[in-house]
Design a protein around this ligand. Structure first.
Ligand code: ADP
Length: 406
């Protein structure tokens, strides 16, 4: 079965065509600047070379058409006819409390996702545009939605409720939802496979450290807590997002700097995090370089970054009454031996110890804990597209509407 995986942003479409037989990526690419001047499609060929296509693309439907035409192209493509695509799996950010697993897309699902758009105004509307465009161009195949929030729906109320008047939960659905669920689920399950153990008996802490970053406590295959909250702004500090701060700072800044709520929101989303703390960049590589060259603020921001992860590990160990596995994934988690080392330093009380030579790994699966470590510390590159394709395949093959939560 060949599955097209689609991840649509406000001006972009990321895609992968996966052959499920060998779990082989036949083709992938990224179309950017939809509706803006100079849209560009970077399409990756089988030999790894990138083919750049420039075209006038006014909306997501035209973008999707360009992608399908490219996949059909004799030289660049991977299929002969659109009927070679058996199903489409869509990444959708927010399903609110409606779906706790992946679903076949029907008009009821679309309506439910439109209702959730208020909770994810930057993400759900473009996701829905992607679904609509793909359904128009591929009307005869099943379409499946895989949600970032779904995996975290297993959290108990004590983990997802905020201590504000409950009327706001009832009225607006204000609670912790959590994001990156597909990635946390993938790396936790993969950790079990790598260790030859069923992940549903393990206590796992997963650290997804990319531009966006979050952690999850996964007890016996269920997410019991996660660091992102009502929006992806809470929790760890990230490339440009502030993560946890005292909420009173918002009001203080509004008053002192004469800023509107939207201006403070932008400041906390786009100018804070690593960029704000280091004063250097939102990119971890730049901060590591500056720190190595003696920049004190960059060094402190690295320490802040590692320290907050440490604190979350501690709280998740307490939440689960133990930990068997600690997983690092996403850009920083997969590629930064320095951050992994700083996080795992002085954690022997919890039985966490890494082997410095094993830790010298980038972008590859590896167990990096020392022989003495009670906790398996692992680097596992994430693969959200594969999970989306697998969920889509299961729903289509089993002829079901929604994946069971197991
Ligand atoms: P996104 O959330 O946009 O998918 P990624 O998962 O690609 O982000 O992660 C991007 C982050 O990974 C950036 O901060 C980048 O600096 C960091 N990163 C990538 N490669 C390295 C590396 N070799 N060393 C340290 N950090 C890295």
């Amino acid at each position: 079965m060949k599955i097209l995986v689609i991840n649509t942003g406000s001006s972009s479409i990321k895609y992968q065509l996966i052959d499920m037989e060998g779990k082989e990526v036949l083709s992938k690419g990224l179309l950017e600047r939809i509706g803006l001047p100079n849209p560009v499609l970077n399409h990756k060929l089988n030999d790894g070379k990138i083919h750049v296509i420039q075209a006038h693309i006014k909306d997501h439907e035209e973008g999707m058409k360009l992608i399908l035409d490219t996949l059909l192209d004799e030289k660049l493509g991977a299929i002969k006819s659109l009927s070679d695509i058996d199903a489409v799996g869509h990444r959708v950010v927010h399903a609110g409390e409606k779906y706790a697993s992946s679903v076949r897309i029907t008009s009821d699902v679309i309506n439910a996702l439109e209702e959730c758009s208020e909770l994810a105004p930057l993400h759900n509307p473009p996701n829905l545009m992607g679904i609509s465009a793909a359904q128009k161009l591929l009307p005869d195949v099943p379409h499946v939605a895989v949600f970032d929030t779904a995996f975290h729906q297993a959290m108990p109320p004590k983990a997802y409720l905020y201590a504000i008047p409950m009327s706001f939960y009832d009225k607006y659905g204000i609670r912790r939802y959590g994001f990156h669920g597909t990635s946390h689920r993938y790396v936790a399950r993969r950790a079990g496979e790598m260790l030859g153990k069923n992940w549903r008996v393990l206590k796992i802490v997963t650290c997804h450290l990319g531009n966006g970053a979050s952690m999850a406590a996964i007890d016996k295959g269920k997410s019991v807590d996660t660091s992102m909250g009502f929006t992806p702004l809470e929790g760890l500090y990230m490339g440009t997002r502030c993560g946890n701060i005292d909420p009173a700072i918002v009001i203080f800044l509004e008053e002192k700097e004469n800023l509107t709520p939207q201006q403070v929101y932008d400041l906390l989303n786009k100018k804070s995090g690593m960029l704000g703390a280091s004063g250097v960049s939102s990119d971890m590589r730049d901060i590591e370089d500056h720190s190595a060259n003696g920049d004190k603020r960059a060094r402190t921001s690295l320490e802040m970054y590692a320290y907050q992860i440490k604190r979350y590990i501690g709280s998740y160990v307490a939440a689960m009454n133990g930990i068997d596995v600690l997983v690092f994934t996403a850009g920083i988690g997969e590629n930064s031996p320095l951050i992994r080392k700083m996080v795992c330093e002085n954690m022997d009380y919890l039985g966490i110890e890494i082997d410095e030579s094993k830790n010298e790994v980038r972008g590859k699966e590896r167990i990096i804990s020392s022989d003495n470590s009670k906790v398996e510390v692992m680097v596992i590159p994430t693969n959200e597209e594969l999970v989306i394709a697998e969920d889509t395949e299961k729903i289509v093959k089993e002829g079901i509407e929604e994946l069971p939560i197991v």
